[in-house]
Write a protein that binds this ligand. Structure first.
Ligand SMILES: C[S@@+](CC[C@H](N)C(=O)[O-])C[C@H]1O[C@@H](n2cnc3c(N)ncnc32)[C@H](O)[C@@H]1O
Length: 178
């Protein structure tokens, strides 16, 4: 998919609103069925801890729980979305498995994550790169970026699902050794 075809809304005219270190990307939900397909291809198991950086209303976390992850943690700065997500968690009775942190994803510790999910603009992903590098050098086995690829990083051939770009320790090793 060309980046110009993407379903992101027009960015607002106020300069700097998305790159102030707080809100780095507008809200646009992932498509539930596509996320499920991606998670099935990723062979998520009961050892996996999934983190969605900028989790919106938390829909990705529910898909992760449905395919049998150990836990699913979302981080979201938009208070209204956090409330919607937390209400869904409470109603679903999945609060043992799914959590949403109201925080800036630039500030959180993702060292426990085995799978990291992103649906963010390239500029936001660039800012997260140091954190993503630490994660892939640690516990993370898979990084999934919806729509956008990560600049300079080689996409993994092992897990291919339309609409997503995946990175593993192996594909990431090429970047590190450059
Ligand atoms: C494109 S949406 C993706 C939502 C969700 N991951 C999904 O796939 O359905 C990006 C989300 O990132 C959130 N966001 C942007 N900057 C953030 C930040 N610095 N910390 C936490 N969340 C942020 C936005 O509020 C928005 O909900």
């Amino acid at each position: 998919m060309e980046e110009s075809d993407l379903p992101f809304p027009e960015l607002p005219p106020e300069e700097g609103l998305w790159d102030t270190g707080s809100l780095l990307c507008p809200y646009m939900p992932s498509v539930d069925e596509k996320v499920r397909e991606m998670f099935l291809a990723a062979k998520i198991c009961d050892k996996d801890v999934i983190v969605d950086l900028g989790c919106g209303d938390g829909r990705v976390l529910f898909e992760a729980a449905n395919v049998g992850c150990k836990s699913a943690i979302g981080v979201e700065l938009n208070h209204d979305l956090v409330l919607i997500g937390r209400e869904r968690i409470e109603k679903s009775g999945l609060s043992e498995k799914i959590r949403i942190l109201e925080d800036d994803f630039m500030n959180i510790d993702i060292s426990e994550a085995t799978i990291i999910y992103l649906y963010l603009l390239p500029e936001a992903i660039d800012k997260l790169k140091p954190m993503l590098i630490r994660a892939l050098n640690g516990n993370a086995r898979l990084l999934i970026s919806a729509h956008f690829s990560i600049r300079e990083w080689r996409i993994s051939e092992d897990t291919r699902v339309d609409g997503f770009n995946c990175y593993t320790k192996e594909s990431f090793a090429d970047y590190v050794s450059k």
